[in-house]
Structure formats: structure tokens, C-alpha cells
Design a protein around this ligand. Structure first.
Ligand code: FEO
Length: 399
């Protein structure tokens, strides 16, 4: 397999995973890539590796440039398994004694993950010589693990940003000038919403520091561990991150629901139409055909999340509980919530959803809306009233 030259003596040598669809519970409909990079200098340096199972792909790309046993050192910017799982096998080939540099917490994490692999783990200082130049390290805790760090090579101005500024895409394209933002934009926000929402506060601080220290000003190319290399306009993805970390609500509502016999679905359709007729961008998300990770992506910039469920065994539908648990973990800020659902006997689900939304810190401008049995058109007044209440609350929130 071929390496891809980024600039003279620096190459992409990662792997493309065309088949992955479930990335720890997060849907990756377009697969992913595990980006790794090779610096050819007096000390040949490998930056990050690949998921276990893709070691041969990385080594075959390296072998097109240099004998893999000539690699002198490895830098691990992030200890998660999709970038470190291949370390033991790769080191068996290049030499188990070769140093693996990581942050202090990265050394701990890698040591715990690969207890019997005999890795020569070394904690980095501020910089590391790769020969004629130094690689500078920047601690980036919680983008998106405690161990995470960026590595920066000042000469060519390359920032190796591990998961930061990445997204999941398996493709033959490696650079931002090969794909349009209309294509990669939805993938980038999908990644941010699912992987980084919980950490917007620390990410905001890291971005501020990267600007004030001049790091981003010196950066000409960003090389993340997934997705495209930003060489045409690295400032664009940075600007999107600077916007996304603010979690500013937009004039948008997401109606997320499941249905048993189409009655809750009927309410969801009416609510979607009613919100749209009031000038709100309304997104209809049936959990029958939308994955939780896609639904939370739609929710990311929405001012309101409206959750609907029938009642089964005195509980909300399992798919709705799954969505709420996932969304709860992301800790969205500045959200308005509401709930609705039809029922036959006891009808607890909307109240249970409302209680869950309250624990998630959402503003609740309306009590839950329930309908017993099968609503007809004439029965949908409360849903239209809910739409009006939500539209007013969204208007106030958006300002
Ligand atoms: Fe791509 Fe957090 O690993």
C-alpha cells in the first residue's frame, strides 16, 4: 500500500477502515481512517499508529519509504485503542526496545493497556528531537481523553492533532482540497457532537491558549488521527470548533421519538409541521430508522429537543430510554425540552421523559402532552399548543 506525501519527508502512513459501522456505540456510516504519520529526519519518527488488525497496512506503507526497522521512535498522541491498538505488533517489527513517547497520563494509560507487551514507554517533556528539528508537545487534556496531546513541528508548521479536528470517513481522499465542505461538514459536526460535546469547556480553553500562544497562527497544516488533512484551509475547521464549543442554540427543534402503533408518530408529524409553520426549523427523527448518534448530531445546534414515546410496561420505549441515556452523557448546554406520547392504559412515558429532561438541566416550558389511544386530527390541539409554546421559548433563547 502506498504512503501519501504531505510535504518533503513527512508522510501519511495510516490505514483506511472501509467496513467499520459501530464505533463504540456511535454509527460510522462512511467507515473511518486511522491516520498515522512518518517523519523522515535523522531520527525517523512514527506519529501514532492504527487499530489492532491494521498493523500490516501501516507497515506496508512505511516500507515504501524506508525499512520499518529503521524507525527510531514512536510518538503516541492519544492512547485510545483505535490509535494505539497496533503498537505491540508494530513494535515487534520495528524493535520492541524503540522508545514510545507519550504524555505522562498517556504513559500510564498505555502501560495499563499493554501490561505484558514490554513497551519502552517514555513521558515527553516540552519537546523531542527528531534530528534537525524538534517536535513540540502541547497538553490537550480532554480532546478527548486525559492523556491527549498535540505534537507540533515548527519548520513546516504541521500540527499533529490526534482526534481533534478529525471525523470518521473511509475514502481515498486524504486532503481538505479534495472534498467539498458540503460533504465533510456534516461528518465533522457529527464527530464533534458525539465525541467532544462533553468537553466543550476544556476544549474552549485549549483553543484560546492555542491562539494566544501563537500555535494556531504558526500552523499551516493540521494532521488529525481521523479524516482529512487540513492543508488548504486549516483555519476553517478551527473556526468551526470555535463556534461549536459555544453551544449557542439555533432556531431549530428536533422531534425524537419512537412509536408502537403509529399514534405517537402521528403526534410527532403534527408537531413537526406545526413548528415549521411557526418558522422553526423542525427535524423529525424517528428512532425506528435514525441511530442515536445521528439524532444527537441533529440536536447539537437545536434550541429544543422534544422527545416522544408510547408507554410499554409502565415505562418509556427502550429505544427512547437509550437515546435519553446517550444524550444525558453528552451534557448538552442551553436546551429546551418537552415530551409527548400516546398510550392505552397507564401512560407513564411522557412524564418519565419530562423528569429525565429536568435532571439533564433542560428548560421545560410545557407539561408533558399525552393522548389516550388513537388521536384524530381534531384531537391534536394540545400538540399545536405545545408547538406555539416551544416556538416562543426558542425565540427567547435564540435572542
Ligand atoms: Fe480516535 Fe479517541 O480515538
Amino acid at each position: 500500500m502506498e504512503p501519501i506525501k504531505i510535504v518533503d519527508n513527512i508522510y501519511w502512513v495510516g490505514a483506511v477502515d472501509y467496513d467499520i459501522r459501530d464505533f463504540h456505540g456511535y454509527l460510522t456510516p462512511k467507515g473511518s481512517s486511522y491516520n498515522a504519520y512518518l517523519i523522515i529526519d535523522d531520527k525517523i519518527t512514527l506519529i501514532d499508529t492504527v487499530k489492532h488488525g491494521f498493523e500490516e497496512e501501516l507497515l506496508s506503507r512505511v516500507a515504501k519509504i524506508v525499512d520499518p526497522t529503521k524507525i527510531d521512535q514512536v510518538v503516541s498522541n492519544h492512547a485510545e485503542m483505535d490509535h494505539s491498538g497496533g503498537l505491540p505488533e508494530i513494535l515487534k517489527t520495528i524493535g520492541i526496545e524503540k522508545p514510545v513517547y507519550a504524555s505522562k497520563l498517556g504513559v500510564q494509560a498505555l502501560g495499563a493497556q499493554f501490561q505484558n507487551a514490554g513497551l519502552n514507554l517514555q513521558a515527553v517533556g516540552e519537546k523531542l528531537s527528531v534530528g534537525q528539528q524538534d517536535l513540540h508537545f502541547v497538553e490537550t487534556r480532554m480532546i478527548h481523553w486525559p492523556d491527549s496531546m498535540f505534537s507540533f513541528l515548527p519548520g513546516p508548521g504541521i500540527l499533529f492533532s490526534q482526534d481533534g479536528f478529525g471525523f470518521h470517513l473511509a475514502s481515498t481522499q486524504r486532503f481538505d482540497d479534495e472534498l467539498d465542505e458540503h460533504f465533510w461538514g456534516p461528518l465533522a459536526i457529527n464527530y464533534f457532537a458525539n465525541i467532544l460535546t462533553l468537553y466543550t469547556a476544556p476544549i474552549s480553553k485549549i483553543l484560546e491558549k492555542a491562539v494566544s500562544s501563537g500555535l494556531l497562527g504558526q500552523t499551516k497544516i493540521i494532521c488529525p488521527d481521523h479524516g482529512l488533512i487540513w492543508r488548504k484551509d486549516p483555519g476553517r475547521i478551527v473556526a468551526l470548533y470555535q463556534e461549536w464549543v459555544q453551544q449557542k442554540p439555533k432556531n431549530k427543534a428536533v422531534i425524537v421519538f419512537d412509536t408502537m402503533w403509529h399514534s405517537t408518530e402521528f403526534m410527532a408529524r403534527e408537531l413537526t409541521d406545526a413548528l415549521a409553520s411557526l418558522g422553526v426549523e423542525a427535524k423529525y427523527q424517528s428512532l425506528k430508522n435514525v441511530h442515536r448518534s445521528q439524532a444527537v448530531t441533529e440536536c447539537y445546534e437545536a434550541a429544543a429537543i422534544v422527545v416522544g414515546s408510547p408507554t410499554i410496561n409502565n415505562q418509556m420505549y427502550p429505544s427512547v430510554a437509550d437515546f435519553l441515556q446517550y444524550a444525558k452523557g453528552l451534557k448538552f448546554q442551553n436546551k429546551i425540552g418537552a415530551s409527548f406520547g400516546s398510550y392505552g392504559w397507564s401512560g407513564e412515558a411522557p412524564k418519565l421523559i419530562q423528569a429525565e429532561l429536568a435532571t439533564m438541566g433542560y428548560a421545560l416550558p410545557s407539561p408533558e402532552i399525552r393522548y389516550r389511544w388513537v388521536p384524530l386530527e381534531k384531537d391534536l390541539g394540545p400538540i399545536r399548543d405545545l408547538a406555539k409554546t416551544l416556538a416562543e421559548a426558542i425565540k427567547k433563547a435564540v435572542g
